[in-house]
Ligand binder design. Structure first.
Ligand code: SF4
Ligand code: SF4
Length: 79
């Protein structure tokens, strides 16, 4: 599977958890944020913290589906 670099722009994160739903569905066949390879840690009134787990294989599907550009795929300008 393709492996991509993901750029995190934490201040854009709304805590919507679409990234977690995509990942848990892809790899565990269920919509369960706690099973995702990306964790969104929210503390009261603070910007959510985005954390990738060691199980993440950098497939990039979470970033492709982040509507708020909190996760973006790194573009390789050398190609
Ligand atoms: S990283 Fe993107 S998809 Fe994930 S919770 Fe934040 S805004 Fe939503
Ligand atoms: S890059 Fe792939 S494996 Fe890693 S958190 Fe995102 S969807 Fe899950």
């Amino acid at each position: 599977m393709e492996s991509v670099n993901i750029i995190i722009n934490q201040s854009n994160c709304t805590g919507c958890r679409v990234c977690q739903l995509i990942c848990s569905f892809l790899y565990h066949n269920e919509f369960n944020p706690s099973k995702a390879n990306i964790q969104i840690i929210e503390e009261y009134e603070l910007t959510p913290i985005i954390k990738f787990m060691t199980q993440c294989n950098h497939c990039g599907q979470c970033a492709r589906n982040c509507l708020y550009d909190a996760l973006k795929l790194e573009v390789d300008d050398t190609k």
